[in-house]
Ligand binder design. Structure first.
Ligand SMILES: [Zn+2]
Length: 116
């Protein structure tokens, strides 16, 4: 295992930790909104709206955590930075921008167009 991967691994684990923290903060906020005394329907719908927004945010975060888990697994398997679709090496610059990329730009574009 090279130092380069060590660094990436640390970065991913740190980001994962922060995301988990964010998710639990969102849940905390949801709970507070839920417990809030709701005086009228206007407030109730805005509270419901906030819950939806928070739920969607935490969905995105959960997806991100999953991406990070996959990247960590790929590092373990020595497949990090290899496109999961075509098996080509993903450009290092792309990996720098998105350290948990699973596909090269070409495959990613295809997947976005045609689905995974
Ligand atoms: Zn590819």
């Amino acid at each position: 295992m090279s130092d380069q991967y060590d660094q990436i691994k640390k970065q991913l684990l740190k980001e994962r930790q922060e995301l988990l923290q964010d998710v639990s903060n969102s849940y905390e906020t949801c709970r507070e909104l839920g417990q809030d005394g709701v005086p009228d329907i206007g407030d109730m719908s805005s509270a419901a709206y906030s819950r939806d927004v928070l739920f969607n945010v935490s969905e995105t975060q959960r997806q991100r955590i999953h991406d990070i888990d996959v990247a960590l697994e790929q590092i373990e398997k020595g497949e990090y930075g290899i496109c999961m679709s075509c098996g080509e090496e993903i450009s290092p610059r792309r990996m720098e921008v998105r350290p948990f990329s699973r596909y090269c730009i070409e495959c990613k574009t295809d997947i976005e167009k045609f689905g995974e």
